[in-house]
Structures are given as C-alpha cells and as structure tokens.
Design a binder for this molecule. Structure first.
Ligand SMILES: Cc1cc2nc3c(=O)[nH]c(=O)nc-3n(C[C@H](O)[C@H](O)[C@H](O)COP(=O)(O)OP(=O)(O)OC[C@H]3O[C@@H](n4cnc5c(N)ncnc54)[C@H](O)[C@@H]3O)c2cc1C
Length: 411
C-alpha cells in the first residue's frame, strides 16, 4: 500500500481530475506530497459506473477539443481505446416530429445567436446571455434548453463574456471504457487517503493545518481542488476566513446537468449514436443519445432548473419523465422496452453540489480571482479556475498541472 504522510511538503485536497493531474506532476518531480479525498473513490465528477453490463459515465464522457486535449494522450499511454465517431449533437436529429427543414432553421438560429454573443463579448460589456436571443424567435426555447446542457444553467444567468472565452475546437471523442475510469486509472499508485474529508484549513501558522474526518494533516503548501459550491457554502472553512475566495466561488456557481441511462430491449431498430428530442415546448426538456457505442442503451441528459427539479423526485422522477417522453417520440410500445439502469444527482452529491461552473453575468473575471494563490502557499485548481477550458475535465487537468508547477516553484 502507498504510504500517506500526514505532514507532507504539499497536500492536495481532492482526487478529481485536477487533483490527480497535480499529484502526477508532483510525483514526477519527486515531491513529498499526499492527497486527501472525501469519497471512497477517485475521479470526483469523472465517474464511470458498471451498470446494465456496460461502463457508463455518470459525469464527464467526452474529450472535448479532443485533438489538443491532454487526457487523450494520457488515455493512449494508459492503453484506453479512443472512439472518434461524430458526436450526436453534430448530427441531424432522429426525432420524427422535427423535420429536416426545421432542424436547419434551428441550427441557423443557434449559429446567429452565437454570432451575436461573440460580437457582444468583443464589445466588452458583460450581460446575461438571454439578452442576445432574438425577440420572438421560435427557436429561443430550444436554444435556452441547449444552454442548460452546455452550461448547466439557463441563459438569463450566464455571463456573455465568460461564455465567449470558452475554447472549443469542435472535435469530440470518447473512451468506450469510460472517462471516469481513465481518471481513476491515472490515480492508481498515488498516495491518497480516501473517505477523508477536509473540514477546516488553518493558514495562520508556519505550517498549514488541515482538519479532516480522519485527523489532522499539516503541510508546507496546499493545492485546493474543491468544487466552487463547496467553497461558496463553506463546506470547508478557511481560518482566517478568505471572503474574496468565497465571493468568487459564489459568482462561479455549479450549474446542474444529470444523466439517466436506460437499457433498451431489442434496440436494433434505433440508430447507433442517434439523437432524439421528445417534447420541445419548454426549456425543461430531455435530450437523448441513442445507442452510445452501439450499446442497447439510451443516455438521457437533463440540465438547469429542470434537472434540479427531477433530482428532488429521485431516480424515479428521471425515469418516469424519460420513459413518458420517449414513448411520445418512439411510440407507446417503447415503455415495455425501457428500463432505468443508472442515474446521477450531482446537485445532491455532498462532495460536488452541482455539475460544472458558469460565471454569473458581470462576473467573468472571477475565475482569475479564484485561481490566485494565497500567501504563495495555497494554490487553487479545478475546472472553475480555468479561463478557457472551464466546465471540462481537460480544463480541470490543466489547472492541476499548473497548480503543481506553481507549488513546486514557490519557495
Ligand atoms: C453530468 C456531467 C457531464 C459532464 N460531461 C463532461 C464532458 O463530456 N466532458 C468534459 O470535459 N467535462 C464534462 N463534465 C465536467 C467534468 O466532469 C468536470 O469539469 C471535472 O471532472 C471537474 O474536475 P475537478 O477536479 O475540477 O473537480 P472534481 O471532479 O469535483 O474533484 C474535486 C474532488 O474533491 C473532492 N472533495 C470534495 N469535498 C472534499 C473535502 N471536503 N475534502 C476532500 N476532498 C473533497 C471530491 O470528492 C472530488 O473528488 C461533466 C460533468 C457532469 C456532472
């Protein structure tokens, strides 16, 4: 078993993508370090569960900006296969009641919305992205629903300037064995204390002191990778308090996105990697990825306030909604063929409290504020501190490497 020092030079809080990336960098540099993780498993919001006979990603699943994504190289080195087929959202819909002509009109509306958003961001005056919807456009509901999937939040709570900073090459790949499984593999052999939740970080003394559910750790430097909602809600407290960090984290809240996997009996009539919408009359709607990797599954995606509402009803609420919705789209017979196999509830997860971060309107510079080290010895990493790759696993990874480099370089 890997030895875990309780007085390391550098302590990493959290063994999600950012923490694992930081730890691997520290290990390569020969640093004396340890990691603490509140859960019994590594990966955080990268989590592959074996359900219905398949590895399913309940958190991140896509290598976005794949051709420059550092995790693609890590996957190759770890012997993980990469699937490079076109993602469903770059294809036409298989929804019977969504004609090709309408789909093209919708795509044009979506593209013009993005162009308006880019122009507004270039002017530099931040505002809610909803202000850039074209009044009366028949596709506004669907564009807003799209934001709940991409950002975990509706457009009225999304900063135009921050959203525009997101870098997307448009190339998206997957790992059939799971992106969560990859992060877990990359954590193997690292010195992690699991089931070890930090509760208090005292930083007035010569050494930093971290109280946890498994005793006290002391360290010379810290790398903090906690999700913003935990910092904002002071699930882990700093002493003396760091009000500016709490403010920054509150202005970069985690939105909500959840997945439900359904098994499909006799799935051959459904297109492989197909895309379906059910009812499209309100922003709170489901999006369905049919037969991912050709498997007899449907991956349902829910975002924003609607996902939060479904979480309140538990896994049954997700399944009831999705099965009704899919029966409407595929025919009533679908009810007999669909069975829920796995479901997430990220906002109710005490060690995440949400899915991925967005900046509130007017708060686009808070990512830099959150990223700034304290006293040259407390460093911050995690998707929310990334200026251009926020909300992603590769963004988290890159910030982890950067925080480790900064910690190693600090006196
Ligand atoms: C449904 C969903 C779909 C997604 N899809 C994609 C996708 O396709 N592509 C993509 O790139 N990204 C996607 N993401 C986002 C991606 O998963 C995250 O951005 C990324 O995994 C965040 O990594 P992190 O290290 O910043 O945070 P986390 O993974 O949250 O890591 C933080 C760690 O800290 C631990 N922790 C919390 N509290 C404590 C404590 N008190 N003490 C010690 N440890 C603690 C947590 O348990 C966790 O392990 C998705 C996320 C979700 C939820």
């Amino acid at each position: 078993m890997t030895h875990i020092p309780d007085d390391p030079d550098i302590l990493v809080i959290g063994a999600g993508a950012a923490g694992v990336a930081a730890a691997r960098r520290l290990a390569r540099a020969g640093a004396r370090f340890a990691m603490i993780e509140a859960r019994a498993r590594p990966g955080g919001r990268a989590w592959t569960a074996m359900e219905g006979g398949y590895p399913v990603d309940l958190g991140c699943g896509w290598f976005h900006s794949a051709e420059t994504n550092p995790l693609v190289a890590e996957a190759g080195a770890a012997g993980f296969d990469i699937d490079r087929s076109t993602p469903p959202w770059q294809k036409e819909f298989d929804s019977r009641d969504f004609s090709l002509a309408d789909q093209r009109e919708y795509r044009r509306a979506w593209n013009s919305f993005y162009e308006r958003l880019e122009r507004a961001a270039a002017e530099g005056r931040d505002r809610p992205a909803a202000e850039l919807l074209e009044p009366g456009c028949r596709w506004n509901t669907l564009i807003d629903a799209g934001s709940t999937y991409v950002n975990g939040v509706e457009l009225d709570r999304l900063s135009v300037v921050d959203f525009d900073r997101y870098a997307d090459s448009g190339v998206n790949w997957r790992a059939p064995a799971g992106l969560g499984a990859l992060v877990a593999r990359l954590c193997e052999g690292l010195p992690v204390a699991f089931d070890c939740a930090a509760t208090l970080i005292e930083h007035s003394g010569a050494r930093l002191r971290v109280a946890t559910t498994r005793g006290v750790f002391t360290a010379g430097k810290l790398i903090v990778t906690l999700p913003t909602n935990l910092i904002a809600g002071e699930a882990v407290r700093f002493s003396p308090a760091l009000p500016r960090k709490i403010d920054a984290a509150s202005r970069l809240p985690l939105g909500v996105a959840d997945k439900l996997f359904l098994s499909v009996a006799g799935a051959d009539d459904l297109p492989v990697d197909g895309r379906l919408y059910g009812a499209r009359d309100k922003v709170g709607m489901g999006s369905y990825h049919l037969r991912p990797f050709g498997r007899p599954l449907i991956e349902a995606y829910f975002g924003g306030a609607f996902a939060l509402e479904l979480e309140a009803g538990g896994a049954a609420a997700f399944a009831d909604y999705a099965i009704d919705d899919l029966a409407g789209a595929l025919g009533n017979d679908a009810r007999k063929r669909l069975k829920p196999v796995a479901c997430s509830a990220w906002a109710r997860d005490p060690f995440a409290l949400g899915s991925y971060s967005h900046a509130l309107p007017g708060c686009s510079d808070e990512r830099a504020e959150l990223a700034a080290p304290v006293d040259g010895r407390i460093f911050f990493a995690g998707e929310a501190v990334s200026k251009h790759d926020f909300s992603t696993v590769h963004g988290a990874w890159r910030t982890g490497v950067a925080a480790a480099d900064a910690a190693l370089a600090a006196p």
